[in-house]
Design a protein around this ligand. Structure first.
Ligand SMILES: C[S@@+](CC[C@H](N)C(=O)[O-])C[C@H]1O[C@@H](n2cnc3c(N)ncnc32)[C@H](O)[C@@H]1O
Length: 223
């Protein structure tokens, strides 16, 4: 075997080995200890580099976010996708950007104060838990979460709460990304969402990066 090929194999093998090891380690740690993504990761979450792998227009299309919708982003973090969604629901739609961590919302607030975002007036920041959403029953058209749900210790409770605030036929859109240590297989996510009463699962995207969309049934016994 030529030396150059051996070098390539060793380099690629080391990178893959490192990624595999990191993900395994991260999964074990996350299983033992669930905590919200630290606020210092906000700069990376809201980076153009991250968005090249998870483009906002794809997330928006796969989530079925459309003009005029009243949407809730659970776990908005530093707002990597919030401004894009705010523009996608214009002119009459609104985005409620909710996160449990004040420091994440502060980063989003600073982002909204930048000159390029001065035209956005339809985002409301809310500090609250996914377990107790500060909305009336059947208030929203769509709830979305991007790399958030698996980070929440009681996912069933969070999903029931999302279902409560959705209108009948409202949409729940959950986007996941493979390098996230909390990344779930789509079968796991479908089981969780249908277990909380959502129906009509549609998964768009690929193994690495997908959005699973669900509907709150019209004849929901919840309301
Ligand atoms: C990995 S970050 C993702 C942030 C953003 N969705 C993104 O894709 O850039 C997860 C976010 O969910 C928030 N979060 C975790 N548990 C939560 C809960 N129980 N209620 C509300 N937000 C929560 C964290 O504070 C964090 O900002």
């Amino acid at each position: 075997m030529p030396t150059w090929l051996l070098v390539i194999i060793i380099v690629l093998g080391s990178i893959l080995g490192f990624v595999f090891l990191w993900l395994t380690l991260a999964k074990v740690v996350r299983k033992l200890w669930r905590f919200p993504a630290p606020s210092y990761t906000g700069w990376f979450l809201d980076s153009g580099f991250r968005r090249t792998f998870q483009p906002p227009e794809k997330v928006i299309a796969r989530s079925d976010i459309n003009p005029g919708m009243k949407v809730l982003e659970v776990g908005c973090g530093s707002g990597a996708y919030t401004t894009f969604v705010a523009r996608a629901v214009e002119p009459k739609g609104k985005v409620y950007a909710l996160d449990i961590q004040r420091k994440m919302l502060d980063q989003l607030q600073r982002k909204l104060e930048k000159p390029e975002n001065q035209d956005i007036h339809n985002i409301k920041l809310i500090q609250a838990s996914a377990y107790e959403l500060p909305f009336a029953d059947a208030f929203l058209d769509l709830v979305y979460m991007i790399t958030v749900l698996q980070e929440i210790p009681d996912r069933h409770r969070a999903l029931l709460e999302a279902r409560r605030v959705l209108k009948p036929s409202g949409i729940l859109a959950v986007t996941e990304f493979f390098p996230d240590p909390d990344y779930p297989l789509r079968s796991t996510l479908i089981k969780q969402a249908t277990g909380a009463g959502f129906v009509d699962a549609k998964v768009l995207g690929n193994f690495w990066n997908y959005t699973a969309r669900f509907i709150k049934p019209k004849e929901s016994l919840w309301l």
